[in-house]
Design a protein around this ligand. Structure first.
Ligand code: IDP
Ligand code: MG
Length: 145
């Protein structure tokens, strides 16, 4: 039997995961990488990076019209970020689960934001919301090893 919806979900994909400046400054890099390693995903790219304004604006271009956009760009460019590519079956959706809700006060305990953050504007980590965006974001921001 051919079940295309299941076949699609078994494809190896990549997620762009970025530890934001607050996560780097607070010394959470090891803790966060450890969670992805323990889950069983494969790290295929990694760099410490000071994101220039234009690249931050490109990365968050879908949020351009939001009132918090200028503060978001200020936040992301306020210090070095850790850019990573993580690979595996279902990694995009699984990473979103590991990361937790955008507002850390609504993120479940056990998730990265649920355990390590309190403010939406300082929520420690980014994870791609689709395999297509994973590819795009890694192409824009990350090094592929
Ligand atoms: P996500 O990071 O969970 O995918 P998005 O809605 O894509 O959430 O928003 C991107 C980032 O923009 C968030 O992670 C957060 O840093 C910031 N952000 C989203 N909504 C707000 C808000 O209402 N106030 C301040 N910052 C926000
Ligand atoms: Mg998003």
């Amino acid at each position: 039997i051919f079940l295309p919806h299941l076949v699609a979900s078994l494809e190896v994909e990549q997620s762009y995961i970025m530890i934001k400046p607050d996560g780097v400054q607070r010394g959470l890099v090891g803790e966060i990488i450890s969670r992805f390693e323990k889950k069983g995903f494969k790290l295929t790219g990694l760099k410490l990076f000071q994101c220039p304004q234009e690249l931050a604006e490109e990365h968050y271009k879908d949020l351009q019209s939001k009132p918090f956009f200028p503060k978001l760009i200020q936040y992301i460019t306020s210090g070095p970020v850790v850019c990573m590519a993580w690979e595996g079956v279902g990694v995009v959706a699984s990473a979103r689960k590991l990361i937790g809700a955008t507002n850390p006060l609504q993120a479940e305990p056990g998730t990265i934001r649920g355990d390590l953050a309190v403010q939406t504007g300082r929520n420690v980590i980014h994870g791609s919301d689709s395999p297509e965006n994973g590819k795009r974001e890694i192409g824009n921001l990350c090094c592929i090893l």
